[in-house]
Design a protein around this ligand. Structure first.
Ligand SMILES: *Cc1c(COP(=O)(O)O)cnc(C)c1O
Length: 565
């Protein structure tokens, strides 16, 4: 590893590289992992920083509709290399010693980039601090502040201890914002002019916001923060850290960043309304090609598209692949998925039946139950237009009882229809992870997403589906506003942005109605009766959306617009 090869530190509370390193919960972490993989492919001087969660997020089991949670224990020494470096972070007046593990991410050219996992489980620390990073996104405010101090402050110190000379610090969401306080503190050794120091910190910091849902932003009690992180708070009266009696981690990150972006065009407009004091640019998310291409499509691209692995933009040339070959590759991927579903559940899903996939975090605004809004209508459509199979997967946060209720509800309906209907079959795969995601996005016939607008910042699973020729059926939110061409790359649900009522709150009744109308009149008739058109749509998904919504394009934009400007 050439240590001077890293100029940007990419900080993220979760990084998802693969299932055997279970330090991620969902989209934010998988995106961070995909971004870093593209950095290694493109030989960009970027390295990742996150925390080592020895018990992961959680392993999900569904028993009689109930989600139960188990530890995801794993052995870091099987996956990562332990480094000797130690740094100290002062938390609540105590010296907390932080160790570090490294994963060497190997790019397509063989070049390597580091991903660093900070670890407070060192023998000098008290039991509390040794265990404080055991689990991702769990624990009380105090635990979360400690975790975020270890990541932000410990991360800056660790990069220095490893000898990197970092020019840019990328805060991937507000959990990482404490890093700015450490940069500010270090600069105080050479300058006592606060506004100059603030300018220097801003010139080094980049912030990406990922959620337009206010509850998604970390907020901590001012008294508690002062108690825990007092030594890192700038003493200058003009320093703006708190909002009234709280610390909002997103506001903190925004104030110290010279470049800020949202993760899709629509999302940056929504973010501007939430944070009117700041300029918010937009870089739309992507996915990492080699990670998300299924085996049958990898073989197909190897045959028809030169150097697609090095150059994702070359997927445009998918337009040259015979439709039948795309269909055959898809049927291979579908067989792998259905074999897996049938083996796990014994449901007996059918290769010829239209198969809808829905998998993501189970939270209210993503509305996994919308498809069952009018069960009688769905039954009628499946009877008249052709059989429908639906595969669900997804975890609810252990503290989100509404999200868990949704799993309960879906599994209830599942039992009802699987017994009563010949034309509808429903499966729920437990413990959603990257492996299941890859099976599902490539093996379903259509990928469904129906978040309540404008709550989906970007969404990435639909991009993974597009790469594998699977069309998207979604409300016009997040990335889909940019990727949607009706009847060409998929279908939309509900209003179009040209509609004057687009920015108003819409009733779920109307959106469900539109969902059923499209399924009945535009989608099932093409799938069952016009295979030629269906296959052309599949091919468009790869050529139009796969060639653009990837992390190679995304990282090149970060380089041009955020890192080296
Ligand atoms: C891609 C992915 C996500 C994110 O999907 P969204 O469509 O953005 O919700 C979540 N979890 C896993 C395991 C993934 O692979």
């Amino acid at each position: 590893m050439e240590f001077n090869s890293i100029k940007t530190g990419f900080f993220s509370m979760e990084i998802g590289l693969k299932d055997s390193i279970p330090t991620f919960a969902g989209g934010l972490g998988v995106l961070a992992g995909d971004a870093l993989k593209s950095c290694a492919d493109l030989q960009l001087p970027v390295g990742g920083l996150t925390l080592l969660y020895r018990k992961g997020y959680f392993r999900q089991r569904i028993e009689q509709g109930r989600q139960t949670e188990e530890e995801q224990s794993w052995d870091p020494s099987e996956e990562l290399k332990k480094l000797d470096n130690r740094v100290v972070v002062r938390i609540k007046g105590e010296d907390v010693h932080i160790g570090c593990w490294m994963y060497e991410l190997e790019g397509v050219t063989g070049q390597k980039r580091p991903v660093l996992f900070l670890d407070p489980d060192t023998e000098q620390n008290s039991d509390y601090f040794r265990r404080v990073c055991d689990r991702l996104y769990q624990g009380d405010q105090k635990d979360r502040i400690a975790q975020e101090m270890i990541l932000g402050i410990g991360g800056v110190k660790m990069l220095q201890s490893l000898g990197y000379s970092i020019e840019k610090y990328h805060m991937n969401e507000g959990h990482t914002s404490f890093l700015a306080l450490e940069l500010l503190r270090k600069l105080a050794e050479t300058s006592d002019d606060y506004s100059k120091r603030l300018d220097s910190v801003r010139s080094m910091c980049v912030f990406t916001t990922h959620t337009p849902v206010p509850a998604g932003h970390d907020r901590f009690d001012k008294g508690l923060v002062t108690e825990m992180a007092g030594e890192y708070l700038p003493p200058e009266p003009e320093a703006r850290i708190f909002d009234g009696n709280e610390l909002n981690m997103t506001h903190l990150g925004l104030r110290f960043s010279g470049y800020i972006n949202g993760v899709a065009r629509k999302h940056s407009r929504v973010s501007k309304k939430m944070f009117p004091e700041h300029d918010i640019e937009s870089i739309t998310n992507g996915v990492h090609l080699r990670t998300w291409i299924s085996e049958p499509f990898r073989k197909l691209f190897d045959r028809y598209i030169m150097e697609w692995q090095e150059d994702p933009f070359s997927l445009r040339a998918a337009l040259n692949i015979p439709e039948q070959d795309i269909w055959d590759a898809h049927m291979c991927a579908k067989k792998m998925l259905l074999d897996d579903v049938n083996e796990r559940t014994g449901i007996g899903m059918d290769m010829d039946a239209f198969t809808i996939g829905f998998a993501r975090r189970f939270v209210m605004y993503k509305r996994p139950d919308l498809i069952f809004h009018d069960l009688e209508r769905l039954r009628k459509i499946a009877r008249e237009k052709g059989a429908v199979q639906i595969i669900f997967s997804g975890k609810a946060h252990p503290g989100d009882s509404a999200g868990k209720g949704l799993i309960d509800q879906i599994t209830d309906i599942q039992q009802q229809v699987n017994q009563a209907d010949d034309n509808i079959n429903v499966a729920f795969l437990d413990n959603y992870n990257m492996k299941i995601a890859k099976r599902m996005i490539s093996g379903c016939d259509i990928w469904l997403n129906n978040p309540r607008r404008p709550h989906e910042a970007s969404g990435t699973s639909g991009m993974k589906a597009a790469l594998n020729g699977v069309p998207h059926f979604s409300t016009l939110d997040g990335w889909w506003l940019e990727g949607h061409i009706e009847d060409i790359t998929g279908w939309c649900i509900g209003l179009h942005p040209k509609d004057p009522k687009f920015d108003e709150d819409v009733s779920p009744d109307d959106e469900a109605e539109d969902f059923y109308d499209k399924l009945e009149s535009n989608i099932l008739p093409v799938f069952y009766d016009d295979k030629d058109r269906w296959q052309k749509i599949m091919r468009n998904c790869i050529a139009i959306n796969g060639s653009f919504f990837n992390t190679h394009r995304m990282m090149q934009q970060y380089v041009m617009e955020a890192y080296f400007k």
